[in-house]
Write a protein of this length. Structure first.
Length: 506
C-alpha cells in the first residue's frame, strides 16, 4: 500500500509540464534512434547525457529513461521491414518479423511488435513498482558462476534451435565465438589476440558493422540475385492501421508469449550484465521449446515477434532495479545512466528509495506515461513505415546499401568498419546460400565475451577449481538444464526410432 501511495506522488511529479514534455521528447527520440541501424540505445543516451547536466535530476533521468525504452520499440522497425536490427536485442525480432514482411504481413508484424513491447514494458514497470528493491537483491545472487552457467545454457541452445541442421547451427555459433575473441585481452595481460598486427582490430570487432553486414547487406545481395520475383512486396497496396490490427485468433496467440517473454525478460533484466539481448534470446528459446506453434518459429510466426519484443522491453525496465537499488548497472545503457546519476550528485543504492523518493517514484511514474506515449506513436507511424515496402526493389536496394554504409561508418568514423561490413555481408550471403543460419553467429558473438569474463572471475574466486559451478545451487541447476537440453535431441530421435520400430513390428 505504501508503494501505491508513493507511486501516486510519482505520477504527480511525472505529470508536471516539464517532465511530461521531456518524456514525450525522449520517447520519440528513442523510437527514431532505435529504428536507425548503427546508433542504438547506448549511443543515443550517451549523446543526450551532456545536454541534461543543467536539468533537474528527475527531469533529466525521465528524458533519458524514455529514450532508453523508446529505443526498445524502435529497434524492431528496421528489423521487420529491412531485416536490419536497429539494436542487438532486435536480432530475435528479425527472425520472424522479416519473414512476415515477405509474406505481406508487415503491418501485423509491426502491430504485434508494438503491442508486445507495450505489455512487456508494463509487466516490467509493475514488477519494478512492487518488487524493485527485492528483485535487485535476488539479482545479487547471480555471481560469476551463475552468470557463466546461464550463458552456457544460451550458447549450447542457439546452435540447434535456430537452424534446420543442428551441426550447421553449432558451426555458425563457433564462428561467432571466434570473432568475439579478436582484440585485446582485457582480463589478463592486455595482450592482442588474432589482430594480425592491425591497429583497427585492437579494440575488437564492432557489433554494429557486423550485424549490418550480415543482416542488411546480405539481404540486398539476395534481393539483387532474385531479380524477376516481383518489383515490391505490396505492390500498389495502401495499408492502414485498421488493416494492421490483429484479428482475435492472432491476438490470442500472442497472450502467452507476451506473458512468458515479459516475466523472463524482466528477470534477466535485473541480472548484472545480462541485458536485453540475453533476455530476448532466452525468451525466444523458451517459446520455441514450449509454444503451441513452435514449428512455425523462424518462418514468420506472430509468437516469435511477440515473445522477443516483450522480453526486450521488460529487460530494459528490469535493468533499473539493480541500478536504483544497488548502484549496479544491468546493461551497457544503464551503466551510462549510472554515470549520469553520479554526475547529478545522486548515489544509487539501498538508501536512494528512502532519501530521494521524489526522484525514484517520479522516474517510475514517468515510465507508465512514456510506455503509453511509445505505443501511441508506434501505432501512428505504421502506415508511414508500410510505405517503405511499396518502394520498388530497384530503388530500395541502393537506399539500404547507403544506410548500411552510413550506419557502419558512424560507429567509429572509420572506413575499416565499412570494409568489414561489406566483407561480413559477403560471408553471410555465402553462409545463407549453403543453409548456415546467421542469428547464431551474432548471438554467440554477443554472449561469448560475457561468458569469458564470468568464467574467468569464477575461476579466480575458486582458485581454479571447477567445483564452484556445482557447489552453488543456481549454477548447478542451470548446468543440469543445459545437459538435458543437449540430450533432448538424442532422446527424441531414439524415441521416434523406437516408435517407428514398434509400428513396423505391430
Amino acid at each position: 500500500m505504501q508503494n501505491f501511495d508513493l507511486l501516486m506522488q510519482g505520477f504527480s511529479t511525472a505529470f508536471s509540464l516539464s517532465n511530461l514534455t521531456v518524456a514525450v521528447i525522449g520517447a520519440f527520440l528513442g523510437l527514431i534512434v532505435g529504428a536507425m541501424p548503427g546508433i542504438g540505445a547506448v549511443t543515443g543516451v550517451s549523446l543526450l547525457l551532456p545536454l541534461t547536466f543543467k536539468m533537474n535530476p528527475t527531469t533529466a533521468i525521465i528524458m533519458l529513461a524514455a529514450l532508453y525504452y523508446g529505443n526498445m520499440y524502435g529497434g524492431a522497425y528496421s528489423a521487420i521491414l529491412l531485416n536490419i536490427p536497429g539494436d542487438s536485442p532486435a536480432v530475435m525480432t528479425a527472425l520472424d518479423g522479416y519473414p512476415l514482411s515477405k509474406k505481406g504481413a508487415a503491418g501485423k508484424a509491426l502491430f504485434a511488435a508494438n503491442s508486445a513491447s507495450f505489455f512487456g514494458g508494463t509487466i516490467g514497470i509493475i514488477a519494478l513498482t512492487i518488487f524493485g528493491p527485492m528483485l535487485a537483491q535476488i539479482g545479487l545472487k547471480f555471481g560469476p558462476a551463475e552468470i557463466t552457467a546461464l550463458i552456457i545454457l544460451a550458447l549450447t541452445s542457439i546452435g540447434w534451435l535456430l537452424g534446420e541442421d543442428p551441426m550447421k547451427g553449432i558451426i555458425a555459433s563457433g564462428i561467432g565465438i571466434l570473432l568475439s575473441t579478436i582484440g585485446m585481452d582485457t582480463m589478463v595481460g592486455g595482450n592482442p589476440r588474432f589482430t594480425f598486427d592491425s591497429i583497427a582490430l585492437l579494440s575488437g570487432i564492432s557489433f554494429i558493422p557486423l550485424v549490418i553486414g550480415m543482416f542488411g547487406l546480405s539481404q540486398v545481395m539476395e534481393v539483387t540475385a532474385s531479380r524477376g520475383e516481383g518489383d515490391s512486396q505490396i505492390e500498389g497496396k495502401r495499408l492502414t492501421i485498421r488493416e494492421s490490427i490483429l484479428d482475435r485468433s492472432e491476438a490470442k496467440r500472442m497472450v502467452m508469449p507476451v506473458l512468458k517473454g515479459g516475466l523472463l525478460g524482466n528477470f534477466v533484466g535485473f541480472l548484472p550484465g545480462a541485458g536485453g539481448t540475453t533476455g530476448s534470446f532466452l525468451a525466444y528459446v523458451l517459446e520455441k521449446k514450449t509454444g503451441k506453434n513452435r514449428e512455425l518459429m523462424g518462418e514468420g510466426a506472430i509468437e516469435g515477434v511477440a515473445v522477443s519484443e516483450s522480453a526486450n522491453n521488460a529487460a530494459a525496465v528490469g535493468a533499473f532495479a539493480p541500478l536504483l537499488s544497488l548502484g549496479i548497472p544491468g546493461s551497457a545503457t544503464s551503466a551510462v545512466l549510472l554515470g549520469g546519476l553520479m554526475m547529478w550528485g545522486l548515489q544509487p543504492g539501498p538508501l536512494l528509495f528512502q532519501e530521494q523518493p521524489e526522484f525514484v517514484w517520479g522516474l517510475i511514474g514517468s515510465m507508465y506515461i512514456g510506455n503509453v506515449i511509445c505505443i501511441i506513436a508506434g501505432l501512428m507511424v505504421i502506415p508511414f513505415l508500410m510505405s517503405i515496402l511499396r518502394v520498388p526493389k530497384g530503388i530500395i536496394a541502393p537506399v539500404i546499401v547507403m544506410i548500411c554504409i552510413v550506419g557502419a561508418y558512424s560507429v567509429n568514423n572509420s572506413m575499416f568498419d565499412v570494409w568489414f561490413m561489406i566483407g561480413a555481408g559477403a560471408v553471410a550471403y555465402l553462409l545463407k546460400k549453403n543453409n548456415y543460419p546467421i542469428p547464431p553467429v551474432l548471438l554467440a558473438f554477443v554472449l561469448a565475451p560475457r561468458f569469458e569474463q564470468s568464467i574467468r572471475r569464477a575461476f579466480s574466486i575458486s582458485h581454479g577449481s571447477p567445483m564452484i559451478f556445482l557447489q552453488k545451487p543456481i549454477s548447478a541447476f542451470l548446468l543440469a538444464l543445459t545437459f538435458l537440453f543437449l540430450l533432448s535431441p538424442i532422446v527424441m530421435k531414439l524415441a521416434s526410432k523406437a516408435k517407428a520400430n514398434s509400428v513396423k513390428a505391430g
